[in-house]
Design a protein around this ligand. Structure first.
Ligand code: BG6
Length: 480
C-alpha cells in the first residue's frame, strides 16, 4: 500500500494537463511515469490533473494499454505500490493519443478534452522525452495544434551536438515559444546534493571564506559509471562521453560550485551567476584532455568497427576570474569503469608551514578535502588531520561525515526528475538551463570537438587510461 505523506507546507501546482511525448520510451518508463506517481503519493501533483501519453502511430497504445504500461513501469522502476486511493486517482487520469504531425486537430482535441474534463483554468505542460530529431517535429505539432500559446515545454538534453546545432535548435524554439515557456532539463540540477551546494556555501560561514584561489588547490568533479553503453550504441556513437556527460551535466555542476553568491535563488539572479561562470570558463584545450575507449566498445551493436568515439573523458578546465584564476577544475567521467560514483572534491592548500613531522599514516599531500558525494541521497565529508594519541606529535588522517540517509527520512525525498517536473509545473526555472548558457558551453567545447586527441584504450572495470594521471600531476585523482 502506498502511504501518502501529506505535505501541506509545500506549494502545489495549478491544475494541469501533462502531455508526455515519448510515453513508450525508456525515459518515460524508468523515470517520468514512476516520478509522476511518486509526486501524486506525496500529494504534490495538482489538485486536478490529466496525463496524456503520446507517441508515434507505430507505438501507439489504447488508453487501457497505456494504464497497464504505466502500472508496470511503476512496479518495475518506482518505489510506490500502484494501489489504493492515490493510484485509483492517478490511473484514471491517464489517457493516450497519437502524435501525428498530419493530424494536429486530433491531437488538439485530445488536449482540449482533457482540459475540459478538469474545468476552470488549466495549465498545459508538454514533456518532450524524445531525441532531439523528434523534438522538432513535436514542437511543430504543438504549434500547428495552436497549443503553443501559454503552454510550458520541458526539453530533454542533448541541446544540439555543437555550437551550430545548438544555436539552430534554440532559434527554432524561440520562433515558437517565449523563453519563459521553455524548461531545458538537466537532471543533475535536480539532485538534492547539487542544490545543497548552495546551502553549504551560502548558508554557512565555515566554507565560503575559503572557497577561492587563495585556499583551494584544485576542484574535482568525478562521475565514473560502471555500466557500459547498455545497447545505446547508435545514440552513443553520435554523442560520446564528452557531449553526453561533460557538456550536459558536469559543466552545470561546475557552474554551481564556482558561482558568486546570487542576490536570491530566483531563476533570474541564480542563472545569471551560473552564466557568468560559463562566460569565464576558458575554451577547453585539447592538450588538457584525455579521451578513452573501453576494450570491446567496437564490438557493441550499432558501433562502427573503426569508431573514434570516446567512452571516457578526463579534462582540466579553467575558470578565469578573480575568484578562481589558476585553480584547475579536473573533470572525469566514463563508462565501464570500476565504480559508479558521483563525487565533487574541493582540495585545499596545505598550511603555509609544515610544523609537524610525518608519521606512518601522514599522507604525502597534507591538504584538507571537502568531499560532496552527490549520488542521491548524497553525503558530505570533511577530510582533515589530527594528532595521533600518544607521546609523539604524529599526524593521522581523520574525517567528519554527514549522510542525508541518516539524517532524514527518505519517504519525502524527490528523485531528480520528480523535483524538476514539479518545478516546471510550478513555473520555476531556477534549476533549468538557459539557451545562452548552453551556447556558451558549446563554444567552450569547440576546440576539443574540432581537434580531439586520439582515444586510448582502457580495460573494462579499470579507472580509465593511464595518461589521466599525467593530466592532473602533481595532483592526483581522489577516487578510488
Ligand atoms: C544521462 C546520460 O543523461 O545521465 C547517461 O545520457 C548517464 O549516459 C546518466 O548514464 C547518468 O545519470 P544518473 O541518473 O545515473 O545520475
Amino acid at each position: 500500500m502506498n502511504s501518502p505523506s501529506i505535505r501541506d507546507d509545500f506549494e502545489v501546482p495549478d491544475n494541469h494537463v501533462f502531455v508526455l511525448f515519448g510515453a513508450t520510451g525508456d525515459l518515460a518508463r524508468r523515470k517520468i511515469l514512476p516520478g509522476l506517481f511518486h509526486l501524486a503519493c506525496l500529494r504534490l501533483m495538482p489538485q486536478r490533473y490529466r496525463i496524456i501519453g503520446s507517441s508515434r502511430a507505430a507505438s501507439a497504445l489504447s488508453d487501457e494499454e497505456f494504464r497497464d504500461y504505466a502500472c508496470q513501469a511503476i512496479v518495475e522502476f518506482g518505489n510506490d505500490e500502484p494501489s489504493g486511493e492515490v493510484w485509483d486517482e492517478f490511473v484514471s487520469s491517464l489517457s493516450f493519443t497519437v502524435s501525428d504531425g498530419e493530424r494536429p486537430e486530433t491531437f488538439a482535441r485530445a488536449v482540449h478534452d482533457a482540459q475540459t474534463s478538469i474545468g476552470g483554468d488549466v495549465r498545459r505542460l508538454f514533456h518532450l522525452a524524445v531525441p532531439p530529431g523528434a523534438a522538432r517535429e513535436l514542437l511543430h505539432l504543438i504549434e500547428e495544434s495552436g497549443l503553443n500559446v501559454d503552454s510550458r515545454i520541458i526539453c530533454e538534453k542533448p541541446f544540439g551536438v555543437d555550437l551550430g546545432s545548438a544555436r539552430e535548435l534554440n532559434s527554432f524554439i524561440r520562433a515558437r515559444f517565449e523563453e519563459t515557456q521553455v524548461f531545458r532539463i538537466d537532471h543533475f540540477l535536480g539532485k538534492e546534493s547539487i542544490e545543497n551546494i548552495l546551502a553549504l556555501r551560502f548558508a554557512n560561514r565555515l566554507f565560503e571564506p575559503l572557497w577561492n584561489r587563495d585556499h583551494v588547490r584544485f576542484v574535482q568533479i568525478d562521475v565514473p559509471e560502471a555500466l557500459s553503453i547498455e545497447g545505446r550504441g547508435s545514440f552513443y556513437e553520435e554523442t560520446g562521453a564528452f557531449r553526453d556527460m561533460v557538456v550536459s551535466h558536469l559543466f552545470q555542476v561546475l557552474g554551481f560550485l564556482a558561482m558568486e553568491q546570487p542576490t536570491s535563488f530566483d531563476a533570474g539572479p541564480l542563472r545569471d551567476e551560473v552564466h557568468k561562470v560559463f562566460q569565464t570558463l576558458r575554451p577547453i584545450d585539447p592538450a588538457n584532455a584525455v579521451r578513452g575507449q573501453y576494450e570491446g566498445y567496437l564490438d557493441e551493436e550499432g558501433v562502427s568497427p573503426t569508431s573514434n568515439t570516446e567512452t571516457f573523458i578526463a579534462l582540466r578546465a579553467e575558470v578565469e576570474n578573480t575568484r578562481w584564476k589558476g585553480v584547475p577544475f579536473y573533470l572525469r567521467t566514463g563508462k565501464a569503469l570500476a565504480q559508479r560514483r558521483q563525487v565533487i572534491t574541493i582540495g585545499f592548500d596545505e598550511p603555509v608551514m609544515r610544523l609537524f613531522s610525518s608519521g606512518k599514516k601522514t599522507p604525502q599531500w597534507r591538504g584538507n578535502k571537502l568531499v560532496v558525494d552527490f549520488a542521491d541521497p548524497g553525503s558530505i565529508h570533511a577530510h582533515f588531520l589530527v594528532k595521533e594519541p600518544g607521546p609523539r606529535m604524529n599526524l593521522e588522517p581523520a574525517q567528519m561525515h554527514f549522510y542525508y540517509r541518516d539524517s532524514y527520512e527518505e519517504t519525502g525525498n524527490l528523485e531528480a526528475y520528480e523535483h524538476l517536473i514539479l518545478e516546471a509545473m510550478l513555473g520555476n526555472r531556477a534549476l533549468f538551463t538557459r539557451s545562452d548558457g548552453i551556447e556558451r558551453l558549446w563554444q567552450v567545447a569547440t576546440p576539443l570537438l574540432e581537434t580531439p586527441p586520439p582515444v586510448e584504450t582502457y580495460a573494462k572495470g579499470s579507472w580509465g587510461p593511464e595518461s589521466m594521471h599525467t593530466l592532473v600531476a602533481p595532483d592526483r585523482w581522489c577516487l578510488p
